[in-house]
Design a protein around this ligand. Structure first.
Ligand code: UT7
Length: 319
């Protein structure tokens, strides 16, 4: 079950007005097309593992746990500090943990849904007791700051949850992860990718996206896996307390909720203040909604995401 949640954002806030001074764009265009009003951009010392470690520390405190209670760290990121070692091992060292396993998961914007699924399966198998599941990104480092079609969309940050193993009754009243559904289809690579890497160019590369093409697939893909999650748990949109989607675009979020009959007041939206933080967007949104008292113990929460690959997936959690 989810024992605690935490987050960390870079200091620097960048508004749409500031972007207007950098590329040929307007606040009006960005707000109308995406819902984004501002995003945080990491400074030199704010690396992915630094943000991830801060989020993890906050999640541990929120859970009433210490680093000694953790035997599994899964970090979802596409912007690690280094090609290797993994950001998860950096977080492990920063927290002073010398047992268990730590590794990264790379599923771009679906990363947190993938990481939750993997951690849940490790805990369910009995091999591990308590996990830190983290989504952390510094997408600002892989953006082409001269490409207005992408640079206005993304932001940096990290969010984390502490996930503990607990025996349940096998019903939807159990607390914890109730169902997970992952999908991918590598034929869509060209629609959203980074044009560099260790084995091709030997460079980090820049993010490239055909936004319209991604948009065209997004709603159908996420609603498919959300339907799978409802079917597997014998629940409906009416049973949900909160819908916490990946925060890429307000129009995708609203269209997905509308298609499945999820009431607008159940949607947690942070895209306006964080932009698209890729794998960090869901845990950042969870942290906001827990802190302001919306998500409470016992609530039924649907997570979903879709991103590069394509990858997509859903998770239903009883909080
Ligand atoms: O997180 C992983 C998944 N990623 C996503 O979910 C992103 C999905 N895609 C989207 O969110 C949207 O497609 C965008 C927000 C990226 C773009 O919105 P759109 O409504 O699909 O716009 P568009 O790409 O069709 O562009 C419309 C116009 C174009 O001009 P013309 O060709 O109509 O003259 C663009 O050149 O808007 C122009 N444009 C801009 N104008 C001002 C593109 N970027 C900008 C900009 N400022 N930043």
């Amino acid at each position: 079950m989810v024992e605690g949640v935490g987050s960390s954002l870079p200091e620097r806030r960048v508004t749409n007005a500031e972007l207007e001074t950098m590329v040929d764009t307007t606040d009006e265009w960005i707000v109308q097309r995406t819902g984004i009003r501002e995003r945080r951009i990491a400074g030199p010392g704010e690396t992915t593992s630094v943000l991830a470690t801060r989020a993890a520390q906050e999640a541990l405190a929120n859970a009433g746990r210490t680093a000694a209670d953790i035997d599994l760290i899964v970090v979802a990121t596409s912007t690690p500090d280094f090609t290797f070692p993994s950001s998860a091992t950096q977080v492990q060292a920063a927290l002073g943990i010398v047992r268990g396993a730590a590794f990264d998961v790379q599923a771009v914007c679906s990363g947190f849904v993938y990481a939750m699924t993997i951690a849940d399966k490790f805990l369910a198998s009995g091999s591990h007791e308590r996990a830190l599941v983290i989504g952390a990104e510094t997408f600002s480092r892989i953006l082409d700051w001269e490409d207005r079609t992408t640079c206005v969309l993304f932001g940096d940050g990290a969010g984390a949850v502490v996930l503990g193993r607990q025996e349940g009754q096998g019903t939807t009243a159990d607390r914890g992860v109730l169902t997970t559904h992952l999908r991918s289809d590598g034929r869509h690579r060209e629609k959203l990718y980074v044009d560099g890497g260790p084995s091709t160019t030997g460079t980090v590369g820049h993010l490239r996206m055909s936004g319209k093409e991604v948009f065209r697939h997004a709603v159908g893909m996420v609603t498919d896996v959300m339907r799978d999650a409802f079917a597997a748990t014998n629940t409906t949109a009416a049973d949900l307390d909160w819908f916490v989607p990946h925060q890429a675009n307000e129009r995708i979020i609203d269209a997905s909720a509308d298609k499945l009959g999820i009431a607008p007041e159940k949607i947690v939206k942070t895209v306006q203040m964080h932009g698209n933080t890729s794998a960090a967007s869901i845990p950042l949104a969870l942290a906001v909604a827990c802190e302001d008292g919306r998500i409470k113990r016992g609530d039924l929460v649907m997570l979903e995401a879709m991103g590069g690959g394509f990858t997509w997936g859903s998770v239903i959690v009883r909080w």
